[in-house]
Design a protein. Sequence first.
Length: 127
Amino acid sequence: MGCESCTGCSGSCSGCPGCARQLTLTPAEVDLLWQFSQTPFLPIAGGFDLKKPIYLEDSKYEPEVYSNVLLALRQKGLIQIDFDLPLQNFDYTAYQSYPMHGSMALTGAGQEIVEQLEVENLDMMEE
């Protein structure tokens, strides 16, 4: 069942994909999603408790901001963070003070959002 047969529910109806739900993204979240559109797998690090993901590949925002953005994107179901799969042949030297190294990637939902952002960006450029 797609949105063409939606009756306007909020996504809690049986069989409804939730087309009436909206997703709000901060500018920092959009920036990081754009990075995923360019590089499908990005490095991540963290402490043994894995409560705070660390991303140091870009300096547009402070590391604390990136940590919050990553947690928000994961909570929204747009990215997957995996400390069991560090990037092969990636130099984690910048992350050496963190004991856990892993990778992150877009989920299917994240990929759909990036595709929508690309379409919207093209539409804005054509105006």
